[in-house]
Design a binder for this molecule. Structure first.
Ligand code: SF4
Length: 799
């Protein structure tokens, strides 16, 4: 449900217009009105198979096609009740039968729909009916709930004749239940917009470069565009993007801002910035919500989300109104605040957070919520017609995150395990899927060139049908015998995910089979292990419609790679802006050096290891302090650390290890004390290469002993081929651009404030190649004005 829209400016002007319709202060969609007024009782999230959006559209089209040419589809309706404007679209009106229809496509039998869900469907239809009778001047009307079977497209129709008077009475009762809430929401929106219109920049002054960034974000919001913003560390990106977007909120009628991160650590920075902005705002009428995952917010991870299992699901909807009222009054809804309020009212914190998403102004959460097919923020914004603006932090990670969201895989072992535990009714469909799977494996084995990996141009129809049939049968089974957790349910979810990926397969993705070393289970059942995958390579076709649907989206990072890379891979709409903000400190604060006679290529590593560690030791000896040294792999890291320890035993060093828990990570970082001395060894792209803040003398330099290129694997080769086919060769989209993004991220650990100074060693001769140098920040000066290497040193000084 949208926050209040005090939309008087849109009203018809003048006395005549005021006579036509009442002065309304709040607009509510029919669905929201009904959910608010009709939901009672327990929370019950027991799994029931649901139709996909595509199946929903197909169901609606099938019904419409059967009704005749005079059938009215998508009937727009609107009505008023005091200061409330209610609007929505009824699915269809059959004029010959004088029947208004609500069409629901199902993966379950109509008889199996839970009472509370059916009750909600009727509430919606009755509300549409009341608005329809008003609009057409009817005294009575037939209402029909049309349930369409997603597999067969057959209809189950529940029909009743209702008088307009009864519909009107029910409509008024629903609106009355909502009115107090609407009034306080409208008052909040007015206070919020008034406060934001006067919002001052909290620290008083912009940092260098921050103003330019803020102006660009503001312009993007006003022009309803997307913006790519590359801005170095130390500029204050979080507040520099939040401030202008909050200022744009009132005049752009933005309902919600989503501040989305790719890694969890950015959320704390966002909350700090929002705290200072909210404190600086007259009236502080800004609601901020942290949207957590179920894993983060669940109080009973061992239980399931229904009243027979979890006490916090019992009576959830009965106690929700009081909790919701307390939460919106509090306004600041980080995870601890949500938890406290939820437990005080005896309800689930996670589902309270889901509800509060409807009533908040700023949402802080993961990019998943906006860009995943199941993302709640985007889904609700579409359903409830919100105007949303997004800020995407650490946006250089979005390509990889979005690829994961649109990829899917299923293992042969998973199918075998499901078959072994399946009831007799499911065995034939699982066996058929297994047969198809094995057929793919045989095709792959018969290809001498393929080795353990093969990609295919298309998904065989027989495989796709076998998967679809199995999913339909499993869905029916789970409907009859509901599960809330367990391997069969997990298998079903992964199989459904693969089916959807099959349905959307195209040039943006690779379909492949990869045979793996036989695992114990597979050996026991006498078969090989292999995985069928749809791997998304270019998420642009999935993301672009989302960018277009938002009021504005700003993607920002210290390193977006090339502008073309971000546009091509993410699918930004034409007309999207670009800003590359200069660093907030003089370039000479970072002394960038290239070791141009060192090669860190895999075959050369043994030969250059002594020179590499000697160089590290020399830099340390000349400028003692804390350093980070980044390597392409743990193996390389270990070799270098051992060699440094052997050749320079007095030098203090500590290492990142493969399985580091939170405590070990903190210990690693704790060694970077003010004015400390030593070298931390870490892997590029790992937890210490991004989001680590060690200002001042806690870190004075970094050694980067790799270009960050991905290992050469069959999958990687396939990605390169696909990207070359789509965008032409020589762009570096498969390796160089993402590799150097990691390099720039890691280098960004050195200067954290405008006062910091430090050293950066790029330890590989390839850094001087033009195609590499052009992807590095220009202010590093690499490849621009190289000083000649001293005759006694293998080094080139470039900054
Ligand atoms: S507490 Fe956990 S198990 Fe209970 S309803 Fe909430 S998410 Fe589900």
């Amino acid at each position: 449900m949208p926050p209040p829209t005090p939309d008087h400016p849109d009203m018809p002007k003048g006395k005549a217009a005021a006579d036509v319709q009442p002065a309304w202060i709040y607009t509510v969609p029919v669905r929201s009105l009904c959910e608010f007024s009709a939901r009672r009782g327990d929370l019950d999230r027991r799994f029931t198979p649901s139709a996909t959006a595509l199946e929903g559209q197909q169901g609606q089209a099938a019904v419409t096609a059967r009704r005749g040419t005079d059938y009215e589809s998508e009937v727009a309706l609107e009505g008023f009740h005091g200061p409330l404007r209610v609007r929505g679209r009824a699915d269809g009106y059959d004029g010959r039968r004088r029947c208004l229809e609500e069409i629901k496509t199902l993966r379950v039998h109509a008889d199996d729909i839970a009472d509370n869900r059916r009750h909600l469907h009727w509430a919606q239809l009755e509300t549409y009916g009341a608005l329809f009778c008003r609009a057409r001047g009817l005294t009575e009307l037939d209402l029909a709930l049309v349930y369409v079977d997603a597999s067969t497209m057959s209809e189950t129709v529940l029909r009743q004749r209702v008088s307009a008077a009864d519909l009107e009475a029910a409509f008024c009762a629903r609106c009355d239940l909502f009115l107090d809430w609407a009034r306080q929401e409208a008052a909040h929106r007015t206070a919020r917009d008034s406060g934001l219109a006067q919002l001052p920049f909290p620290p008083g002054e912009f940092r260098p470069g921050q103003r330019g960034l803020a102006e660009a974000v503001y312009r993007a919001a006003v022009n309803q565009r997307c913006l790519l913003a590359q801005a170095p560390t130390g500029i204050g990106k979080t507040i520099g993007t939040l401030f202008p977007l909050l200022r744009a909120m009132p005049n752009q009628k933005i309902d919600k801002i989503g501040y989305l991160t790719n890694k969890g650590s950015g959320r704390f920075t966002a909350l700090d910035a929002l705290t200072s902005l909210r404190d600086a705002m007259p009236g502080r009428a800004l609601r901020v919500l942290v949207l957590a995952s179920r894993e983060q917010a669940c109080e009973h991870p061992e239980k399931a989300c229904h009243p027979d299992s979890c006490p916090l699901a019992r009576g959830f909807h009965d106690r929700l109104p009081a909790a919701r009222a307390e939460a919106v009054a509090a306004g600041w809804l980080d995870a601890p605040a949500q938890r406290q309020i939820a437990l005080r009212h005896g309800i689930c914190p996670y589902y309270l957070g889901q509800e509060l998403l409807r009533w908040t102004d700023v949402v802080v959460g993961d990019v998943f919520h906006a860009f995943d097919p199941n993302g709640q923020l985007f889904g609700l914004a579409q359903a409830l017609d919100w105007r949303i603006a997004l800020l995407v932090d650490e946006a250089h990670n979005l390509v990889e995150r979005a690829r994961q969201m649109h990829s899917a895989a299923l293992g042969l072992g998973q199918v075998r395990t499901a078959l072994a535990g399946a009831p007799a009714t499911l065995r034939p469909v699982l066996q058929r899927l297994l047969l198809e799977f094995n057929g793919m494996l045989e095709a792959q084995a018969g290809n001498d060139q393929a080795g353990d990996y093969q990609s295919f141009d298309s998904v065989p129809d027989s495989l796709s049908q076998a998967l679809q049939t199995m999913n339909a049968a499993l869905g029916d089974h789970l409907q009859r015998q509901p599960l809330t957790t367990g391997p069969l349910l997990n298998f079903y979810f992964e199989a459904l995910r693969l089916q959807r990926a099959f349905d959307r397969f195209g040039p943006h993705s690779v379909f492949d089979i990869q045979r793996m070393e036989a695992v114990a289970d597979a050996r026991a059942s006498g078969g090989a292990e292999a995985t069928l995958s749809i791997r998304n390579v270019v998420p642009a076709p999935f993301l672009r419609p989302r960018f277009l649907a938002c009021h504005s989206v700003t993607l920002f990072s210290a390193t977006l790679g090339s502008q073309a890379y971000a546009r091509d891979l993410l699918g930004l709409p034409e007309g999207s802006g670009w800003i590359d903000v200069a660093p907030p400190f003089p370039a000479e604060h970072l002394c960038v050096r290239v070791a141009d006679d060192l090669s860190t290529r895999y075959p050369h590593r043994g030969a250059t290891l002594d020179a590499l560690v000697d160089l590290v030791a020399r830099q340390y000896g000349e400028h003692p302090g804390n350093y980070l040294a980044f390597f392409s792999s743990f193996d390389y890291l270990e070799q270098a650390a051992d060699r440094l320890a052997a050749r320079h035993p007095a030098l203090s060093l500590w290492r990142q290890s493969r399985a580091m828990g939170e405590a070990a990570r903190q210990d690693f970082l704790a060694r970077f004390v003010e004015s400390g001395r030593g070298i931390g060894f870490a892997v590029l792209g790992g937890v210490f290469a991004e989001g680590v803040d060690l200002p001042g003398s806690r870190l004075i330099g970094a050694f980067i002993t790799t270009l960050g290129l991905p290992p050469v694997t069959p999958v990687q080769a396939q990605f390169r081929l696909r990207l070359d086919a789509l965008f032409g060769a020589g762009h570096g989209y498969a390796d160089l651009v993402p590799g150097l993004q990691k390099v720039v991220q890691a280098a960004g650990r050195v200067l954290r404030t405008p006062q910091d100074r430090g050293w950066l060693w790029l330890m590989d001769d390839r850094y001087l190649r033009p195609e590499v140098a052009r992807l590095l920040p220009t202010w590093w000066g690499v490849g621009v004005s190289q000083s000649p290497a001293p005759s006694t040193s293998p080094l080139t000084v470039s900054g």
